[in-house]
Design a protein around this ligand. Structure first.
Ligand code: SF4
Length: 359
C-alpha cells in the first residue's frame, strides 16, 4: 500500500496488536444477548470466518460479563466488553477475562469509579477504549466534532493522571463529516491508536456508503488503526464491508480486480465471468502481503479500453467476440476461447501468487 500511516502507539488486544504500523484490524460487534453463549459464539465464529479479528460484545448486566469466560473458551479472537453506565460491569468483565473494555465518557465519568477500572485493567494488562459517541455526549453542542474531541481529551487526561496509557480512542458520530473532522483533529493531537467507524449508519446499503466515504477519507490520509463498519445487519455483513473498504484502498488486499462496467459494445457475459472468477478466488482465502501492492487483474469487455487496462495490469483479458486476448505483464500473449477464459485466468492468478510467495 502507498499510504503513509501515522505512527501510533502499539496496543495489544489479546493476540492482536494494533497501532505502530501493524495491519489495520477488522472488528465487529455481536447482535445477540451476550448471556446466550451458544448464539453469541455462533455469531462470533461466522464473523471470524469472514475475516473478523476482534469482536465486541454488549455487557449490560452481570450475566453478560460472566458469559465472557465461556465465550472465550469457545473462540480464539479477542473479546472486547462494551460497557455503559455501570463501572462495576467493567470490573466484572475484566475479571471474567475480557481482552479490552470500551468505556463511554458520556455515561461513566466519575473519577473514583474510573480509577477502580483503571487499577484492574493495569493489573490484567488490558487496554481501555475511550469510546466517545455523538449520541451520548454529556454536554450538548452545535459543534459536535469538537465536542467529541474535547470529551476524549478530558477522559485521556484522567486516565493518564492515573498513569494509564494502554488506550485506544474512538470518536463516532452518525454524521460522516463530523466523524471525519473529529478524527482528523484527535489524530493531530495524540498518538494513541484510533478505532474508526461511523455510528448508526442504517441498513447495509446506505451504511456501507457512509462508512466507505468516512473510512476512505481517513484511512487514505494514514489515520486509523482498526475499523468497525456499523450496519443494521449481521456482523458478517459488517466484516465483508470492512474488507471491501480496505481492498478499495489497496490495504491488505491480495488481488485488485479491475472490471469494466460493460456497455453495448460488450459481446460476452462479463458479469458472469467476473462473478465466476471472484467466487473461485474467494474459496482460496488468499492472504495479502501488507507491504506489497495487490496483484492487478483486468477483465475488460471489449477492445476500446480493454487492451489499455490489460496492459497496465499484471494479468488481464480484453474480450472480443467469442474470445479473449490474454495479457501478461502488459504484453499480449495469446487468444483464449471465451468459455475457458475464467478458468484460465484463475489458473494464471494461482500460478502468479505461488510465484510471489516463493520469491
Ligand atoms: S471496455 Fe468496452 S465493453 Fe467495457 S465499458 Fe468500455 S467500451 Fe464498454
Amino acid at each position: 500500500m502507498n499510504i503513509k500511516r501515522k505512527v501510533t502507539k502499539a496496543v495489544k488486544i489479546g493476540n492482536v496488536i494494533i497501532g505502530s504500523g501493524y495491519p489495520i484490524a477488522i472488528q465487529s460487534m455481536t447482535k445477540t444477548d451476550t448471556s446466550d453463549v451458544v448464539r453469541t459464539v455462533k455469531q462470533i465464529r461466522l464473523a471470524q470466518e469472514q475475516g473478523c479479528q476482534i469482536i465486541r460484545v454488549a455487557v449490560k448486566e452481570e450475566r453478560a460479563a460472566q458469559a465472557i469466560k465461556k465465550i472465550k473458551q469457545a473462540v480464539d479472537i479477542p473479546i472486547v466488553a462494551d460497557i455503559h453506565f455501570d463501572y462495576r460491569l467493567a470490573l466484572k468483565a475484566i475479571s471474567y477475562g475480557a481482552d479490552k473494555i470500551r468505556l463511554n465518557p458520556g455515561n461513566i465519568y466519575k473519577e473514583k469509579e474510573i480509577a477502580q477500572v483503571v487499577s484492574l485493567a493495569k493489573e490484567r494488562n488490558i487496554p481501555i477504549r475511550v469510546g466517545v459517541n455523538s449520541g451520548s455526549l454529556r454536554t450538548k453542542s452545535k459543534d459536535n466534532a469538537n465536542a467529541l474531541v474535547k470529551s476524549a481529551l478530558d477522559y485521556i487526561k484522567l486516565l493518564e493522571h492515573h498513569r494509564f496509557r494502554n488506550i485506544v480512542i474512538s470518536l463516532k458520530s452518525s454524521s460522516v463529516t463530523e466523524t471525519v473532522q473529529a478524527n482528523r483533529k484527535i489524530s493531530s493531537l495524540v498518538d494513541y491508536p484510533l478505532h474508526l467507524g461511523v455510528t448508526a449508519t442504517g441498513l447495509a446499503d446506505i451504511g456501507f456508503v457512509k462508512s466507505a466515504i468516512c473510512l476512505g477519507l481517513l484511512l487514505s490520509q494514514g489515520i486509523g488503526d482498526t475499523i468497525r463498519v456499523s450496519l443494521t445487519a449481521h456482523p458478517c455483513q459488517e466484516v465483508i464491508a470492512a474488507k471491501k473498504i480496505l481492498a478499495a484502498l489497496d490495504i491488505d488486499n491480495p488481488i485488485d480486480i479491475i472490471a469494466c462496467p460493460t456497455c453495448g459494445r460488450c459481446e460476452v457475459d462479463l458479469v458472469g465471468i467476473v462473478q465466476q472468477i471472484e467466487s473461485e478466488l474467494k474459496v482460496l482465502k488468499l492472504k495479502s502481503n501488507p507491504k506489497a501492492q495487490p496483484l492487478k487483474v483486468a477483465i475488460m469487455g471489449c477492445v476500446v479500453n480493454g487492451p489499455g487496462e490489460a496492459r497496465c495490469a499484471d494479468l488481464g483479458i480484453a474480450f472480443g467476440k467469442g474470445f479473449g486476448l490474454f495479457f501478461k505483464n502488459g504484453k499480449p500473449v495469446r487468444k483464449i476461447n471465451q468459455k475457458q477464459a475464467a478458468n484460465f485466468l484463475v489458473g494464471q492468478i494461482k500460478k502468479r501468487l505461488v510465484n510471489i510467495k516463493a520469491s
